[in-house]
Design a protein around this ligand. Structure first.
Ligand SMILES: Nc1ncnc2c1ncn2[C@@H]1O[C@H](COP(=O)(O)OP(=O)(O)O)[C@@H](O)[C@H]1O
Ligand SMILES: [Mg+2]
Length: 307
């Protein structure tokens, strides 16, 4: 089966609420695709549609070229984690996995394999009701992997995890993509995906705002900011503004400069004999690029809520 997800033109309303407004993107194999957007952007709804759990008014979602419902062995074609707390608390983690495995004709050996792969071996015979959220997330990821699927759909898998767990998920998702799988992972925080995703589909208000490589996104972000520390603020501002920079005062002896490279700032200050104790250039972070792109989408929701 081709390891891809194709989402095209999804539209869905819940009464007056537009949940999906033409959602369109493709998830390709061999990389982690981050699905990022503010709460309410339509990420979970899109994932439920991909997994055949929700209907749409328009559009379609295909996994390996087929609608989910037409897949012959769904767990072997797409693994998913939507809600890690959806567990029967009195069942052990192992029994939870066994029950899922049996429903797909998979055996106990596979259960123990996936439990080991997610680092749950020591807890797998304990009742799932006593698991921390992080352990539930691991169990959910184990369940997603049972059928060794080429496609994975994970909804906010690091939500509620401790830093060690987050580090583990990051590395784990990368290794799944390196095995050639298509991995779609959502988050409302770009920072969570910074070291994980190769590509991001940024959404807001039910549609795609940007569909870009992570490297490209950082590149496109508003460029370099240069911090200048100087005891001669006014002469520095005058010289830099004359050289074409935009200068903001950000502290008693600090200026933030945009529109000129760090090198150029040093040259301009030198040419004008302006003393300085520091010139440092910063690239915009992925988080900053993301905030810029989603600002409108967030404002829309804030305004709606205020009404
Ligand atoms: N079952 C539902 N009933 C009514 N509205 C819903 C339901 N599920 C989602 N929505 C609405 O659809 C929009 C998208 O929600 P969702 O897909 O959960 O976004 P996200 O996962 O990006 O936070 C939101 O406005 C949400 O309130
Ligand atoms: Mg959600």
């Amino acid at each position: 089966m081709e390891a891809t997800i194709e989402v095209s033109g999804l539209r869905k309303r819940y009464g007056p609420t537009v949940a999906l407004d033409g959602m369109t993107f493709t998830v390709t194999p061999g990389r982690v695709t981050g699905f990022v957007g503010p709460n309410g952007a339509g990420k979970s709804t899109t994932m439920r549609v991909i997994l055949g759990l929700d209907s749409v008014d328009e559009g379609r979602a295909l996994v390996g070229g087929r609608p989910y419902r037409a897949l012959r062995h769904p767990l072997r074609q797409v693994g998913s984690l939507l809600d890690a707390s959806a567990l029967q608390p009195s069942r052990t983690g192992r029994n939870h996995l066994l029950w899922l495995a049996h429903s797909q004709g998979l055996g106990a050996r596979r259960v123990d394999e996936v439990a080991e792969r997610v680092g749950l071996t020591s807890a797998i015979r304990r009742k799932a009701g006593g698991y921390s959220l992080g352990m539930r997330q691991r169990l959910g990821i184990a369940a997603a992997l049972l059928g060794d699927p080429p496609v994975l759909v994970l909804d906010e898998p690091v939500n509620g995890m401790d830093p060690e767990g987050i580090r583990w998920v990051r590395g784990f998702l990368r290794s799944l993509a390196a095995e050639g799988r298509a991995v779609l992972v959502s988050s409302h925080l770009m920072s969570e995906l910074q070291d994980t995703a190769d590509h991001v589909v940024i959404v807001g208000r039910g549609k795609v705002i940007a569909d870009v490589g992570v490297a490209e996104l950082i590149e496109a972000a508003s460029g370099e900011r240069v911090t200048v520390r100087t005891s001669a603020r006014t002469p520095a501002m005058t010289a830099l503004a004359r050289a074409g920079a935009t200068v903001a005062v950000t502290g008693a002896d600090t200026l933030t400069v945009t529109g000129l490279s760090g090198e150029r700032v040093v040259a301009v200050l030198g040419e004008n004999a302006v003393p300085f104790s520091e010139v440092s250039a910063h690239r915009a972070s992925l988080e900053e690029a993301y905030m810029e792109l989603t600002r409108d989408a967030v404002e829309f929701h804030a305004a709606e809520g205020a009404r």
